[in-house]
Design a protein. Structure first.
Length: 319
């Protein structure tokens, strides 16, 4: 311990000219819970409730949901007040995110950091609170008042976000690069997809391998989980390895269903192995590959001379 302290002091002194250290309480199985705050330029400041962000890999969030299955109404109020107090202390206005770590045994919470912006997972807050947060940011920047007091804000239903990555969970979550041969996003009631990719897009190693944020809303947590599972089943990505199967298995896990996860749960307790592909899946992949190959072929056949030939349009193929 003493050697580690001295090493940390040297690093701090070299980097910042200040060797003082802040020693934090260690929580072995902490939950990561953040609060969305919103303030205007007229002194009004509220919170828009919490987001549970405990399912992580490499200290990055994979699944977020709101409301949190862990905290109570009392602790929600206490944490929300603390988030507002932190923002008020620096005279903050517009959108901000105050993050805490929470001891699941005692529900004691500890300040982690504040991000002075909207987070990637802000759509789940939009679903349950019923506000367009991006629009509100623009209005506040223009000098308008935030139109709601804390007592006017409520949570309705449940929302979950899954981050769909081009990565290989079975190989240490290493990124997967290449061309998206086929990319079809799920659609339907209560489903939202925020993405910047389409069929033919290139996924390179120059950027984060996040393909999309898949967000669903349900009247209850159970309904939201079922809707997310259905949406992931309808997600079609060919050409790259993704974490879609991994996400499905997390959602089906009893620990997740019961809210018994932590920031270290994926790496210490969720021993995931990909399922072997079924015979039907292999046949479907072979058909898709053959179809794409035929589509790119330069050989002229009798079918290609026929403008009504079904073989000229492979879009009808499904697995």
């Amino acid at each position: 311990m003493s050697e580690s302290l001295e090493a940390a002091r040297r690093e701090a002194s070299n980097a910042f000219g200040d060797e003082r250290l802040l020693i934090e309480k260690y929580l072995s199985d902490a939950h990561h819970i953040e609060f969305q705050v919103f303030g205007d330029q007229h002194g009004n400041l509220v919170h828009l409730f919490e987001r549970e962000c405990s399912v992580q890999r490499r200290h990055q969030k994979i699944i977020e949901e709101t409301p949190s299955p862990l905290i109570t109404d009392e602790s929600r109020k206490e944490m929300g007040n603390a988030a507002i107090a932190a923002a008020k202390a620096v005279g903050y206005f517009n959108a901000g995110t105050v993050e805490f770590i929470v001891d699941p045994e005692t529900l004691k919470f500890y300040f982690l950091e504040m991000n002075t912006r909207l987070q990637v997972e802000h759509p789940i807050t939009e679903f349950v609170v019923g506000l367009d947060l991006v629009q509100r940011q623009i209005r506040i920047a223009a000098g308008e008042r935030f139109p709601f007091a804390q007592k006017d804000l409520t949570q309705r239903g449940h929302a979950i976000e899954c981050r769909v990555y081009a990565e290989d969970p079975a190989n240490g979550f290493l990124p997967s690069t290449g061309k998206l041969l086929q990319y079809i996003e799920p659609r339907g009631p209560g489903i939202r997809v925020d993405s910047g990719f389409t069929t033919g897009s290139e996924v390179t190693h120059f950027y984060d391998p996040l393909l999309a944020k898949l967000i669903v809303y349900g009247e209850s947590r159970a309904v939201a989980i079922q809707r997310m599972q259905a949406a992931l089943r309808d997600y079609v990505v060919h050409g790259l390895t993704t974490n879609i199967d991994f996400l499905q298995d997390v959602l089906a896990n009893d620990d997740f269903k019961n809210g018994n996860v932590s920031t270290r749960w994926v790496e210490t307790k969720f021993n995931w192995e990909p399922a072997e592909p079924t015979f039907e899946a292999l046949i479907a992949a072979a058909i898709a590959d053959t179809t794409l190959t035929n589509q790119k072929s330069k050989i002229t056949t009798a079918d290609e001379l026929d403008p009504f030939s079904p073989w000229k349009n492979p879009n009808g193929f499904r697995n």
